[in-house]
Design a protein around this ligand. Structure first.
Ligand code: PMP
Ligand code: GLU
Length: 403
């Protein structure tokens, strides 16, 4: 019998436009090479290499033993919502109520929730580039349009208010900000963010402030909480954060939004239909993270700062390489323009080809700048041991030398 190819399961149009996460794709490629016996230095994914602190793991074990294994309220257990509100309130001086918090399955899911709950088809969201991989794809899924607004290394990859103002159209609904930034590591000052807040207020924009790296700021500088910067700013801002980076808890999948109450209610309703609740055990672990001893955060910060120093110094010494000032997070985003020019004759003309050759020939995994909307750059995660970073940097140096 002749086989008839069924069209019943062709994917929806919105799926055809969806790119897979480039960071996760590169990490998967590096893991597959490692599994086949190749000594790969994987500096692709942004994931702290420290184990989750033991007191947090113990809280999860206790939760299992105590039978906390059932559904929880969709927006998170009250104790965790209170812990998030208290923690953010204590660090920023803002009065946050637990009803403003929705706990989700990681900050990525929290972002997806905000976009779904706020954006209508055709709305525009201004996303400064270089931007974290998932923003544009998650915005597109809602039918809204990411407007990618270029920032330049010469300006330390910071969006200026004039550029923001010029990009606003009658369809602009939202501005997305990420400081400390993934992928650039750049941290805005309060004054710089304040001047962007003025434009958002003047033009009635919503702001999503991705503050997942807010406790990873170097050189003793304070972290800036966006909604504190102007009176009333909290009414138009959604803060996204979580435990993944601060407490080395990427696999536990706990993130959250802090938003005005009516929007939080809508996000909670959405989540009740989508996923019921984030994992009950992980929520108990997150309570321990937020309310328990905080020395682990300071220790990890110190280790990351040492690695930042090592990586920035080595990269700055390499031929043609430029990097912005890394004030936070754990990424070095460096310019490979000169290297690409030298390698053009060998058919290496894009950041993707540059990264593929580095991985194939020198066994170091980085992520191509094109995934972050910035061709001619590559991103290196320095959430790895100093030994690994040193070997990785040696290999990158020899790649840059010999091409
Ligand atoms: N925002 C940024 C800027 C990130 O780098 C990440 C990386 N994981 C996330 C959100 C998502 O975090 P989570 O692992 O909690 O989903
Ligand atoms: N945010 C991390 C990164 O950018 C983890 C990977 C991901 O969530 O896409 O590498």
């Amino acid at each position: 019998m002749e086989s008839m190819e069924s069209k019943s399961l062709t994917t929806a149009r919105r799926m055809r436009a969806l790119e897979p996460s480039a960071t996760l794709a590169m990490a998967a490629r590096a893991s597959a090479m490692t599994a086949s016996g190749i000594d790969v230095i994987d500096l692709s994914v942004g994931e702290p290499d420290f184990p989750t602190p033991p007191h947090i793991c113990r809280a999860a074990e206790e939760a299992i033993r105590a039978g906390k294994t059932k559904y929880t309220p969709a927006a998170g257990i009250p104790q965790l919502k209170k812990a998030v509100a208290d923690d953010y309130g204590r660090r920023t001086g803002l009065a946050i109520t637990p009803a403003q918090v929705v706990v989700s399955n990681g900050a990525k899911h929290a972002l997806h929730n905000v976009f779904t709950a706020v954006l209508d088809e055709g709305d525009e969201v201004i996303v400064p580039t270089p931007y974290w991989v998932s923003y544009a794809e998650l915005i597109k899924l809602t039918g809204a349009k990411p407007i990618l607004l270029e920032t330049r290394i010469e300006e330390n990859f910071k969006l200026r208010p004039e550029a923001l103002r010029a990009a606003i159209t009658p369809r602009t609904r939202m501005l997305l900000l990420c400081s400390p930034s993934n992928p650039t590591g750049v941290v805005y000052t309060a004054a710089e963010l304040g001047s962007l807040a003025d434009v958002a207020i003047e033009r009635d924009l919503a702001v999503v402030a991705d503050e997942i790296y807010d406790q990873l700021v170097y050189d003793g500088r304070p972290s800036v909480s966006f909604p504190t910067l102007r009176p009333g700013l909290a009414d138009r801002t959604v803060v996204v954060a979580g435990v993944s980076k601060t407490y080395s808890m990427t696999g536990w999948r706990i993130g959250w939004t802090i938003a005005p109450e009516p929007l939080s209610k809508a996000i909670g309703n959405l989540q009740s239909q989508e996923t019921s609740n984030p994992c009950s055990i992980s929520q108990h672990a997150a309570i321990a993270a937020l309310t328990g001893p905080q020395e682990c955060v300071a220790e990890m910060l110190q280790a990351f700062e040492k690695r930042r120093d090592l990586v920035a110094k080595r990269l700055r010494g390499m031929p043609g390489v430029r990097i912005p000032e890394i004030g936070g997070a754990f990424y070095a985003f460096f310019d490979i323009r000169e290297s690409l020019q030298r390698m053009a004759a060998r058919g290496i003309g894009t950041s993707m080809q540059w990264c593929e050759t580095l991985l194939d020939k020198h066994h170091v995994a980085l992520v191509a700048g094109s995934a972050f909307g910035a061709e001619c750059f590559v991103r290196m995660s320095f959430a790895a041991s100093e030994d690994k970073l040193t070997v990785g940097l040696d290999r990158i140096a020899s790649y840059l030398d010999v091409g």
